[in-house]
Design a protein around this ligand. Structure first.
Ligand code: SF4
Length: 348
């Protein structure tokens, strides 16, 4: 950090410019805006690692199915996961569901307003709590999502890994300094700085000429907007091959079992899937010589590796199978199947 990071003389002026810009150029029609703390919470969890345009249809379907915290808490987990299927990072959905139950049991069904109480809920960190406070409850609350981090890092020419403890604490200090204490102003500021990061201060080619903070921006003054935030070291992702055993009965149902909560597609239903076709067949009690047809293939990227999925189509009689599992039909919408599997079996 450099000296100018500690001087905040023009903060009020900057805040006002940011809010003026937001009034005319910010996002005002996102479906979760001005809908209260539950809507803010659901949207913030969905938006972790996922873009707004992807989230919107999932959010709308989710809120139609679980319009209140009470309906979410009372829903079976399978149904919650079914509405999350395709968004990925399923621990988010399981934690949201768990936290909804916590709110019912510990807070009388009302989402709490204080930072301490909010972060006691499963899956809610400091930034999500700040968003619920400011955007949901219209009270002072500070956020630091990816967009905000990028804006602040450029504004103050902060170098280094944005998620390191040193940089994180510097960014939190700045975020707290910039966030107005008044609740309504904090709500506008929070939305404005998120929108600035999403619309102007983008990762590549930021639109500095239109930015209300250009005269304050150290990265722009230094001609280093393309170098900040410090790019993450890229690590090549390995690709592995998985077979997906498409065991179908005479009625077209697919043999699936629930995946363990921890790990890939945690808690979703899935056909037997793994690296060894021999092992998958044996685990289902089938002969390794059984007749099978090579089905479609699909590549799918997870955060740390990519997988090449090979669908193996086998028609079996119900009595032939052993091991845990159930026959699932495409009509079983309350059962969440991973999105790539749905595509592979033609059920999407
Ligand atoms: S001037 Fe450019 S780099 Fe600086 S905050 Fe604005 S958009 Fe981001």
């Amino acid at each position: 950090m450099t000296d100018h990071q500690a001087s905040f003389e023009p903060i009020k002026d900057m805040s006002e410019r940011l809010r003026d810009w937001h009034k005319v150029a910010g996002r005002h029609d996102l479906p979760w805006q001005h809908q209260g703390p539950y809507a803010t919470w659901v949207s913030e969890i969905m938006l972790q690692q996922t873009q707004v345009s992807v989230v919107i249809p999932y959010y709308l379907r989710f809120m139609e199915a679980f319009p209140t915290i009470k309906t979410l808490a009372a829903a079976p987990q399978d149904r919650v996961l079914a509405h999350w299927a395709g968004l990925g990072y399923y621990a988010r959905a399981r934690h949201l569901h768990h936290a909804a139950k916590q709110v019912m049991a510990e807070f009388g069904g009302t989402i709490p307003q204080t930072l301490d109480a909010l972060v006691s809920l499963k899956g809610i960190g400091r930034s999500t709590a700040g968003a619920i406070q400011s955007l949901g409850w219209k009270r002072h609350g500070v956020i630091q999502d990816g967009n905000v981090r990028r804006v602040l890092a450029r504004l103050h020419a902060i170098e280094g890994d944005l998620l390191s403890t040193r940089v994180q604490s510097a960014l939190w200090r700045l975020a707290e300094t910039y966030t107005p204490t008044d609740g309504d102003d904090a709500a506008v500021h929070t939305q404005a700085i998120m929108d600035l990061g999403a619309l102007l201060c983008t990762r590549h080619a930021p639109k500095c000429a239109a930015c209300p903070l250009q005269r304050d921006c150290q990265a722009l003054k230094d001609g280093r907007t393309h170098l900040l935030p410090t790019p993450k070291k890229t690590i090549a992702k390995p690709t592995i091959e998985w077979f997906v055993l498409g065991l179908r009965n005479s009625e077209g149902a697919l043999w699936c079992s629930r995946r363990p909560e921890r790990g890939i597609w945690g808690g979703l239903y899935c056909p037997p899937t793994g690296a060894s076709l021999h092992t998958l067949l044996t685990e289902c009690g089938l002969s390794v010589d059984i007749e099978w047809n090579e089905g479609p293939t699909l590549s799918h990227a997870f955060s740390h590796f990519s997988v090449y999925l090979r669908y193996v189509d086998i028609l079996v009689a119900d009595f032939e199978l052993s091991g845990p599992g159930a026959w699932i039909t495409p009509e079983a919408y309350d059962i969440g199947l991973p999105a790539p599997i749905k595509r592979l079996v033609g059920w999407d």
